[in-house]
Design a protein around this ligand. Structure first.
Ligand code: BGC
Length: 395
């Protein structure tokens, strides 16, 4: 008697699941109701393993995302860090194109932000303070007198909650984190959600969102150090970079923007045409000297917050190409100027000066103190969103 009922019940459940699944139209749905949106495809293409524990004993998991072309990204719940990203060269040979470590304890010790999610405020805030709604807020001064990348723990040293979802065009990993009111000195309980998707069209897509219960500031980014010839294979000076920007924001000697948006024409900051990173990096240019190389924010050519072309990087030896699209108004191009050979990364490879570069899509540095820069204020009842795509191909 019981057995046929059980069988009928089970069949009903299967039919019900088939009809309710359908294509996920937005990530929000997938997050709130994972049972019906976590596709079997996503489950197959994302594998979870235990990676270790933080010093306070919190477990950290590692997720491996793969797409149909064999591209593979490993992401862990600590810092939302991308540990590795394997993409093919023009002959089809795969290499890991991001800097990082093999083990969790090495990430716990290191302060280079390799592959991490950065928040609440990516980049610098002058003297670690800003005012909002008539109140002054004080943040950690963890970069000389300035605040950098969200503070001491920021979002790069916390453990995120993970859930496998069906992302935009592929298997996705959703990470969430509740940053409590007052954490790192920032106001408001901020709920942050980030989805990494390795898409069927060979993109590492990052969709961010955040909501708050008190007015606050938000500026999130991703901090992979890329080397398209392979992590640890050499410096990045031969990589050819194009940035879709006619202006950049010059900085003072502490790397805080002066407020000016300067034309790149006839300066070493002009990447409107493909140019090798090394072509002008050694010039006696005042901005290159203060940055010890490129460590500046470019003002992307765009109007509004549409997803648009920001940059292209081509590595001539491997033929790898990386295109960056973003909804953000700015792009920090950092040429790995603080790498000095003191870090031994994956497979024991040493990371010397300029062995990696970052392209961090973001709002402009020190925006909370620069009234002429696009606002980074998030009010209650509003939603912060940002999308950045790193797309890989060869030529
Ligand atoms: C900053 C650099 C900083 C680096 C640390 C970059 O985003 O622009 O100045 O040294 O992050 O990894």
């Amino acid at each position: 008697m019981g057995t046929p009922r059980l069988v009928i019940g089970f069949l009903l459940l299967v039919v019900c699941c088939l009809f309710t699944r359908g294509p996920a139209t937005n990530n929000k749905k997938a997050i709130t109701n994972p049972r019906f949106n976590m596709s079997t495809e996503a489950e197959r293409k994302i594998q979870k393993q235990v990676f270790g524990r933080t010093t306070d004993g919190t477990p950290v998991d590692l997720y491996t995302l793969t797409n149909a072309h064999g591209l593979e990204a490993k992401v862990m719940t600590y810092g939302g860090i991308v540990l590795s990203l394997n993409v093919p060269d023009r002959t089809g040979k795969f290499d890991d194109v991001v800097l990082g470590f093999d083990r969790l304890d090495e990430y716990l010790k290191n302060a280079s932000y390799f592959g991490a999610l950065i928040g609440r405020y990516a980049n610098r805030i002058a003297k670690g303070k800003f005012a909002l709604d008539g109140r002054e807020y004080r943040l950690a001064q963890n970069d000389g007198e300035n605040h950098l990348h969200g503070g001491v723990k920021g979002f790069h040293r916390v453990v995120w909650r993970a859930q496998i979802v069906r992302g935009k065009n592929g298997a996705g990993l959703n990470l969430t984190y509740l940053s409590k009111d007052g954490e790192e000195g920032y106001p408001g309980n901020l709920f942050v959600s980030v989805t990494y998707t390795l898409t069927t069209t060979d993109e590492l897509r990052i969709d961010y969102s955040a909501t708050t219960d008190k007015a606050t500031i938000v500026n999130l980014t991703h901090h992979s150090y890329f080397n398209l010839a392979g992590a640890g294979a050499g410096d990045i000076l031969a990589h050819e970079v194009t940035i879709n920007a006619d202006r950049f924001t010059p900085v003072d000697k502490t790397l805080i923007p002066t407020g000016e948006q300067r034309n790149v024409k006839r300066t070493p900051m002009d990447f409107t045409q493909p140019t090798a990173i090394g072509a002008r990096i050694g010039e006696q240019d005042e901005q290159l000297l203060v940055g010890k190389g490129y460590d500046h924010n470019w003002v992307l050519n765009k109007s509004g917050a549409s997803l648009s072309f920001a940059a292209r990087v081509y590595e001539p030896r491997s033929g790898r190409v990386m295109d960056v699209h973003t909804t953000e108004p700015g792009l920090q191009f950092y040429s790995g100027n603080f790498l000095d050979g003191s870090i031994r990364g994956k497979q024991g490879k040493v990371y010397y000066l300029r062995y990696g570069f970052c392209l961090e899509a973001q709002h402009f540095p020190d925006s909370p103190n620069k009234m002429n820069f696009p606002s980074v204020v998030l009010h209650t009842g509003r939603k912060y969103t940002q999308t950045t795509i790193y797309k890989f191909s060869t030529r």
